[in-house]
Design a protein around this ligand. Sequence first.
Ligand code: PMV
Length: 327
Amino acid sequence: MTPTSACACANVALAKYWGKRDERLNLPWTGSISVTLAGLETRVEMRAAAGGDDVIRFDGEPARPAEATRVSRFLDLVRLAARSRERAEVDVRSNFPVAAGLASSASTFAALALAAARAYGLVLNHAALSALARRGSGSAARSLQGGFVEWLPGTDPDGNDSFAVQLAGPEHWDLGIAVAITDEGQKKIGSREGMAIAVKQSPFFRAWLETHGADMEAIRRGIGARDLDLVGETAEHNCLKMHAASIAARPALLYWTPATLAVMHRVHALRDEGLPVYFTIDAGPQVKVLCRGADRAEVVEQLARVPGVLRVLPSAPGPGAEVSSPQ
Ligand code: PMV
């Protein structure tokens, strides 16, 4: 095995992936569009393991059994394709709160797919690498590329046509992003379980599916035209539909805390005052706010004052995943 290190950024979905048509292969019911988040990074370092088992660490600590199994199963896919039995020692480090609705699984499995393919000597084109990352976590398919990225749902039962493509690079649009952290704890219901409940138990899931295509189309158009109002208004609406469908499920999936709601209200108040700002929220309590690049510092400052906000991370459209030399 070639010792390898790779880095990938988190992403936030503007038109969300929420519901799988195939749970084993992580095949979505719909397409989704995201922006890659500069500065919110996960680095994966891999080398051959000394013993007969994979050794997985997150931020220097041994992974909990469920996490270790998830990473090992993912490595099994790479080993199968590479016809290798070699076990790996894997270090995963993120510079932002993990498993709290900040798409850490996206950056983790994008970096892991890139590092593992390289370490085990698999030569994959972009589509195949994205489809591989998808097997680790659906949203990871989108974190291999920078800027604005669309994940195509595909129609193949084997998932080979379900991968992400770049719509525009990070330099295309000076979009400001502010990530308001309201809770650093691990969420109770992860996105995998959450979306499975929403698919089966929400009376609104059908409406979510039926109206998603129009949002995809508007966001694609808005990104092309660098139209913040179109992208922001549509992303906010798409996010609220995802949460409405989830809240209406049995059991109910309520990812918001009082601080999440306080940020949502503050965003609306700022908008009423004339500042173009829009929010979106994934399967967790943090709020990502979109604004003009020039307004980002002001937005970060405003959000930091909202009661319950722990800190605000400034971000922007970020770069794609990269292999780097081990440190
Ligand atoms: O890929 P997962 O299992 O982490 O699910 C991601 C789900 C959302 O973040 C809520 C939406 C999305 O498209 O990223």
